[in-house]
Design a binder for this molecule. Sequence first.
Ligand code: ZN
Length: 182
Amino acid sequence: MDSEELKEQFKLRLSGVEDGTYCYSIECNKEFFELAEISDVRDGELHLRVEMRKTEKLVDLNCHFEGVVLAPCDRCLLPVTVPLNFVARLIVKLVPVVEEGENEDDDDIWVMDENTYELDIFHFVYESIFLELPHRIVHEDDAEGNPTCDPEVMRKLSEMEESQAEKEPDPRWDALKNLKLD
Ligand SMILES: [Zn+2]
């Protein structure tokens, strides 16, 4: 599947679609995450089920996400599997004329022309996943409270920190500089 085909899945046809409820299934996999570039997430297996209820004046979308994404650990940078299971709702009001500035206030309520051919939810999906990511992503501690991060990487990181510390300016130099200024 190329990137155009992938993005096509997120375009829900509205024009000529009878009022009613429709369901769509979309797999957000590695190809999707590489394209979407959500934060540092580059892989995952997230199943998205979209339930679209359409009336003459409204499109009501319930997007249910379930699965995992892989994001780098804040400590050792190796991938952490982050489970996600959440629902994001989007309401689209269909109006004869969209007034300027009508779409600026709310991310979850859109106002669109009633003759809109299709609804593109790619960015809504992107934002929804991004908002669900935990602020801190780290490998969990084991039963004894020790981090389960890669020990080899952790050793290298602490070595780097030590050599950084060695490069800190010698406080005696600062003292000398102050003497000169006086
Ligand atoms: Zn880690």
